[in-house]
Structure formats: C-alpha cells, structure tokens
Design a protein around this ligand. Sequence first.
Ligand code: CAA
Length: 241
Amino acid sequence: MARVALVTGGSRGIGEAISKRLKADGYEVAATYAGNDEAAAAFTKETGIKTYKWNVADYDASKAGIEQVEADLGPIDVVVANAGITRDAPFHKMTPQQWKEVIDTNLTGVFNTVHPVWPGMRERKFGRVIVISSINGQKGQFAQVNYAATKAGDLGIIKSLAQEGARAGITANAVCPGYIGTEMVRAIPEKVLNEVIIPQIPAGRLGEPEEIARCVAFLASDDAGFINGSTISANGAQFFV
Ligand code: CAA
C-alpha cells in the first residue's frame, strides 16, 4: 500500500515541488494551504493532489484537518512541515505583530503539524518527519530576527524529536534551503536580490524548488532510515555549518 505524505504549504513554492515529487515517487499526498483558494484549485487540477485548507498556526484546526486527511487517505507516514511566511524588517522597525505572526506560523506551526501525527507514528513504529528550515536559521539574516529565530528553532525541534522517535522507527530531519526561486524570494526588492544576495551565492544563481524536493524525497525514503536529527543544506555553497 502506498505511504501517505502530508505537506503543509504544499500547493505553492517549495511545497508544491515537494508534493509533486512525492506523488511521482508513489506516495498518496495531501497538500495543505492557508488562503489562496485559486492557486490550490489550479494545483489540484494540474496534479490530481488533494488540497486541504487550514491555518497551521491554529492547533485545533491542524488536528481536525489531519484527522480528515487520515480519514480520506489513511494514516500519515511522512509529514513535511513546510508552511512558512516572512515579515521582514530591520529589528528597530520590527513590530510585535510581525514577530508574532512569524513565530505562530513558522515555529508553532511545526508543533501543530507534527504533534497530531506523532502518536500514530509511534504506534505503527514508522514515521518520517521532515522540517523545511532555512539557511537563515543557520547564519541569521539582516531584517529577519523573527524568521531566523523560527528556522533555528526548527533545528532544535528535529534534534529533540530524533532522540524521542529513534526507537519507534521515526526519523526527524531538516532541510535548510538557501535562496530558492520562489515567490517568497522574488518578493525581496529586486535591487537587494540582484546586488546583495545573488552575489553572495558562489553557484551564481538561485536554487530550484525541485532541488529541495529531491532532498525531501531522499529523507522520506527507506534508504535514509539511519539518518536522524540531521540537516541537509542546499544553498549553492552560500554557507557551511
Ligand atoms: N545586509 C546589510 N544591509 C542591508 C541588507 C543586507 N542584507 N539589506 C538591506 N540592507 C541595508 C540597506 O542597504 C539600507 O542601508 P542604508 O540605510 O545605509 O541605505 C538599509 O539596510 C535599509 O534600511 P531601511 O530602513 O530602508 O529598510 P526597510 O525598512 O526599507 O527594509 C528590507 C528593507 C526589508 C531590509 C529589504 O531590504 C529586504 O527585504 N531585504 C532582504 C531581506 C532578506 O534577505 N530576506 C530573506 C527573504 S527570502 C527567505 O526568507 C527565504 C529563505 O529562507 C532564504
């Protein structure tokens, strides 16, 4: 029977590439989205992948949504916590609201996504937890005190979950993408992107969403069973841990 994979933020950006790749690899995939009904409908039409709408920042909504996915597709074997937002501002201008929105979505959202599926994974003695962190959680980033805090927090989450899940056949790993050519990165002012950021990438280009999806596919596979609590950095040599 096909394994079931849940991808949050799975209808756009890096998440879209992950959903498509896991489907191509034979998984039953459920992709969540928060607000863009039109993009989700177009994604389902193109891929045949079912989408579910809930806000990952809301625990009750996440739990109810996950119950619905499991009723439709079966127990979730692979969870990819990918949903994330940016609210960039230099720290002296960052508002408490910008801090809170990013923490709620990017960090609490990971708890809300993984916590409801964890007991089932423990019971069935198999699970793959993959969290999409960021290069900016590893190195920090100008104007991203909020975002970098959440992405560094992801690494604490997977290292702890790895220790808790190992004996139950569950692995927890992170992927740290560098700057990938998605809407999120293209929202950076063009001058900053072209004159500050891209020159910092030795590869001389943005990454492709599919390059991240391939990392996720590997971590989800049986081949990656002894890789636990690790991070794959895919950033074109921009930063080494
Ligand atoms: N490093 C150093 N200085 C920087 C900088 C950087 N990366 N980016 C901007 N600055 C400087 C500017 O040159 C400018 O300096 P001067 O005042 O001397 O001219 C100053 O900071 C800008 O100050 P402002 O008060 O005008 O800034 P602002 O309130 O208009 O904010 C900004 C602008 C939000 C910082 C904008 O420049 C920006 O979005 N920068 C990019 C931030 C970034 O890289 N975000 C990552 C998004 S992608 C992502 O998050 C995905 C992932 O995981 C990789």
